[in-house]
Design a protein around this ligand. Structure first.
Ligand SMILES: *Cc1c(COP(=O)(O)O)cnc(C)c1O
Length: 373
């Protein structure tokens, strides 16, 4: 605490990112990065973009990248908004669409006492943080005993909702039919915007034809959010985007342009565009990630570990006979970094990102060692 902080700063509860160790001692399975490098075309394109033109501001509307994204995702360019990582897009979305407690946004605002925004009790922890930052009341909805979303729980009056699909850190997905029922209900009942965060869509959801992007033209209250950080191997570049109706995107631009019009730099624009162009490369590496995930899941199950079937590039596992904190520490001592959330219901689990086959073989060996200890 500092006397120089205002009340907003004092009230924040900032996100604590997974550790990024400076040395390479660890097998790093703690932040869901892709274990494979970005496409060579991406690196080459960024190198070419690192030139004289950097003295100029980038295109604030990210026009070229939006065109490429639109073509790949089968939507219109006016339905795409690009930001500095999907975290920024999510933060802008909470600020643009969810109603703060009466009067918090601007003095004299006539907003009635607002209905809370819904999200699952176990989900991406940034949602709570954005709600707090913007003064938005929220209400968490418990996942069922199998850590699944019960769609009916979200067909209730709300001020909007935010749902990762597949969910993180559980790895489970809700079906497109169920999602549609939620979006439809919220649309009919004037319940506000439904954010579907598809950060992990390329690890099985899209292949199953279950992406909510297919509903964009039907529901002006739907915003899907996407990232280059996971399936495009570009967490270090910071690019994310949203797909939604023109009126939602106009709201996002109003927030962005009240903050910083140039959130995506020239190198990031160039690299992301090259990534979209090299789909074949990414399909290849993500197929490998999924195959490794399925193999490791089977192996862990036969070791007696409890795990949740995952449609992402991570798995949530429970090490038999150890608390989550103990398992985290024991793996760390063996050179493996996983993620432990000290949170109700999942404190005995670890979230383990899928690494290369070689890394996961070491992980499996160490897991075998753990249970024999
Ligand atoms: C990783 C992740 C993101 C963040 O992505 P960035 O684009 O790196 O900011 C967003 N949502 C979920 C659910 C994630 O797991």
């Amino acid at each position: 605490m500092s006397v120089f902080w205002n009340s907003r700063t004092r009230n924040l509860d900032p996100y604590v990112p997974g550790e990024q160790p400076r040395d390479r001692r660890f097998i790093k399975l703690n932040t869901n990065e892709n274990p494979y490098p970005p496409s060579p075309l991406v690196i080459e394109t960024i190198r070419e973009a690192a030139g004289e033109e950097l003295r100029r501001y980038p295109d604030p509307e990210c026009t070229e990248l939006r065109e490429l994204i639109a073509r790949k995702y089968g939507v219109k360019e006016e339905q795409v908004f690009v930001g500095n990582g999907s975290d920024e897009v999510l933060a802008f979305s909470f600020g643009a669409f969810f109603e703060p407690l009466s009067g918090a946004a601007c003095p004299g605002s006539s907003a009635a006492v607002s209905r809370p925004v819904l999200f699952p009790d176990i989900t991406y922890s940034f949602y709570h943080i954005y709600a707090r930052l913007w003064g938005i009341p929220c209400h968490t909805v418990a996942l069922d005993d199998t850590f699944s979303v019960r769609a009916g729980d979200y067909r209730v009056p709300s001020g909007g909702l935010s749902l990762p699909n597949p969910n993180a850190p559980t790895g489970r997905a809700v079906s497109l039919a169920e999602l549609r029922s939620i979006i439809e209900y919220q649309y009919r009942e004037g319940g506000g915007v439904v954010i579907v965060d598809e950060a992990y869509r390329d690890f099985g959801l899209v292949q199953a034809g279950e992406s909510a992007v297919s509903l964009i033209d039907e529901y002006p209250n739907l915003l899907t959010v996407h990232t280059f950080s996971k399936s495009f191997s570009l967490a270090g570049l910071r690019v994310g985007f949203a797909i939604g109706s023109g009126e939602l995107l106009e709201g996002l631009r109003r927030i962005r342009d009240s903050f910083n019009s140039y959130t995506v730099d020239r190198l990031a624009l160039a690299g992301a565009a090259a990534a979209i162009a090299d789909s074949a490369y990414y399909e290849g590496i993500n197929r490998r990630v999924m195959a490794t995930r399925d193999r490791v899941s089977l192996a862990l199950t036969s070791l007696g570990f409890d795990l949740i079937p995952s449609l992402t590039n991570f798995i949530l596992v429970r090490v038999p006979g150890k608390s989550g904190a103990e398992a985290f520490k024991a793996l760390r001592e063996r050179g493996i970094l996983a993620r432990h959330f000290n949170q109700d219901r999942i404190q005995d689990f670890l979230r383990v990102s899928i690494g290369t086959d070689e890394e996961m073989d070491v992980f499996l060996t160490e897991c075998g060692g753990l249970i024999r200890e």
